[in-house]
Structure formats: C-alpha cells, structure tokens
Design a protein around this ligand. Sequence first.
Ligand code: APR
Ligand code: ZN
Ligand code: ZN
Length: 359
Amino acid sequence: MKGAILLEYGEPLVIERIDAFELGPKDVRMQVEASGVCHSDWWAMSGLYPLELPVIMGHEGAGVVLEVGAHVTRVKPGDRIVAALYAACGQCWHCVRDETNLCDHHPVVHHVKHSQRAQGDGRLEGLNGLGTFADEMVIDESMAVKVETDLPGEQLALLGCGVTTGVGAALNTARVKPGSTVAVVGCGGVGQSVIQGAAIAGAARIVAVDPTPLKRDVATAFGATDLVDPGDGDPVEQVRELTGGRGVDYAFEVVGRPQTMMQAYEMARRGGTAVMVGAARNEDVISFNAFELHHEKTIKGCTYGSAQVHRDLQMLVDLAEQGRLDLAAMVTRTFALEQINEAFDAMHAGTVVRGVVVP
Ligand code: APR
Ligand code: ZN
Ligand code: ZN
C-alpha cells in the first residue's frame, strides 16, 4: 500500500509505503480507484487548518470495498463506493433530522489513525478521516456510500467532494427555482458543479465569474449563459448590469475568500440569497452594512452542499448516467500518484477543471 504524505506544511508531498492496521469492527478497507485534487487539500497542506502531521492527503475518492470489519452492515467486499467527505452515521441528532452533512459522528472519525508508515514510527492520519491519495485506504463505515454504476473511477471520485458540494449547493442549500437568475463567483471544480446544479434546477440565467479564460470557456459548456471576467471591472457592477440593475436571485461564492464572499452578497438582489460555498480561513471575517439587512437578503453557509449522501450520491450517479450531469468534462487530466505534486501545479496554473489521481 502506498500513499502521498505531507510531512511538513508547505512542502511537496512524498510517496511512501504505508501499512494498514488490523480492521476495527466498523472499518472498511477499500481500493482507491481514483481521487480528485481539490483546493481544500492545498489549504490544508499550507497549514491553514490544524493537522496532526504526518498525514495522508486527499479527500475526494471512490473505489471498491476489499474487506469489512465484523460489525459493518452497509457495504460488503466488491461493492463500489464513494468515500463521502463527511461521515453520515444515520443515527445522531443531525442525521435523524435530514442533516447528515452535519453528522455528530464526523469529528469522531475525522482524526482516527488507520495506518502507519512502513519506515518510521508514526501512526498516520488520513486527511478528514480519508486519505485518498493512496492505492488503498481504511475508512469508517459512516463514510462509505454504496453506488450502483459502471461510471469510470475518475468520474465517480468527484462525487466524494467537489461535485456533490457544488450541485448540492444549488439543489439543496439554495433550492434554485426554475427560471431564476444565478451568479457563480469562482468556477473551479466546485463552481462548475454549482453551474451544472443550477442548470439541472432550470435556472434561466447563469452568470459565471472567474478571472481564468479556461474556466469561463468550460462554464459555457456546463450551462453558463453569461461570462464575467473580474479583470474587466467591478464584477458586482457587471452582474448587476446583466440583470437590469437588480442583481441575481442566487449568488454563490466558490473561492473561499472574504472579498469574493462580499461580492456574492452584493450580487444578490433585494430579497435574494447568497450562498457561501467556499471554505474561508479560520481568522477570516466579513462585515456588511447593517442597514442593508432591510433588503431582506438571505446569507447561507454551506457544508458539503447540504448533501444527504445516502440519498444524493446515487441520484448524482443517475443524473450522470442519463447525460444530465457531465462528469467526464470535469476531468481535464489524470495523473499517476507519483505525479501528485504536478497535479497541484496544474490546479494553480488553472489548466484543469479537475485533475484526478489514478494510483
Ligand atoms: N473572482 C472569481 N473567481 C476567482 C477569483 C476571483 N477574485 N479568484 C480566484 N478565482 C477562481 C479561480 O480562477 C478558480 O477557477 O476560483 C476558482 C477556484 O477553483 P479551484 O482552485 O478549482 O477550487 P475548488 O476545488 O473549486 O474549491 C473552491 O470551494 O469547497 C471549497 O475549499 C474549497 O474554498 C474552496 C472552494
Ligand atoms: Zn474538497
Ligand atoms: Zn450522524
């Protein structure tokens, strides 16, 4: 078994041999078919979220169950599964209220150390209880979601984080209505998924806002009707101009910065909704004009696209198989595990919608 390990913040990942411990009663050992490279990996590698180093990176993966612990009932060897970014135990206070994305069990499984370095004494944490930049990984049963599909692994992997977050933000968090107007600030893997979700929901206008030409080009193929380059002037003004001076019904921030969050808030029309999909840093603060609360705007936070994974992941698979959700075009390029640092370079250069690692 091998994995891409972060030894020090800000350093390139290192591929090492790793060994799994004996399976706990609720553990699932899976073969990782593929793993998407998401921007949150990079935030974590830069030291923006506290991790117990060393850690196996990667949190967006799918694969096949190899072996299960004695008390596992949800999946069995041979099942195809998506490794959900958030645990969904199905039994806690949040889970029984259709809020599995906020599952109380998640912090428990988040830091469980399932493996160890072949050389060295360190027990290893997998990022977020996962660690998908590996050929195999062990996860808690609450993160293993069975799906029935023949979709290629590199497409299925995207359901682990980005696509589920983005499509879910449109369908679940915002509940975009048919005929409505939408702006999406930041059109990376997650933002393009918001665009696809808004198109599935029947939005009439979808404005894609991104400084990178490639991202604006592909946004059109995913359903964007208008493109805004923030380099051409204030993006808020540009979006307002496109909507009769009014602003949009729903504005999504999918970058993770206070400045763009503020822009999304200002792009929303009076009575409209701004959804903050991007994950900001711990110390970030946004402030807004208190008097403008009279404008009845709604600001919504967003965890994992409010996804109820046991309901939504198979639905996303079905949409993809029917050609209504384009996963293939999301995967610009695949990389071997040994090329993991190149995959991050491609993400920074803006040359991929999603780079996917196939170990
Ligand atoms: N305005 C609009 N778009 C911007 C701006 C800006 N000022 N600055 C950067 N962007 C765009 C980038 O060009 C890129 O296309 O934001 C996009 C970010 O995309 P990715 O790097 O692919 O990131 P992604 O994986 O989509 O994640 C975005 O969502 O879930 C969160 O933690 C994740 O905060 C991250 C965000
Ligand atoms: Zn992610
Ligand atoms: Zn739960």
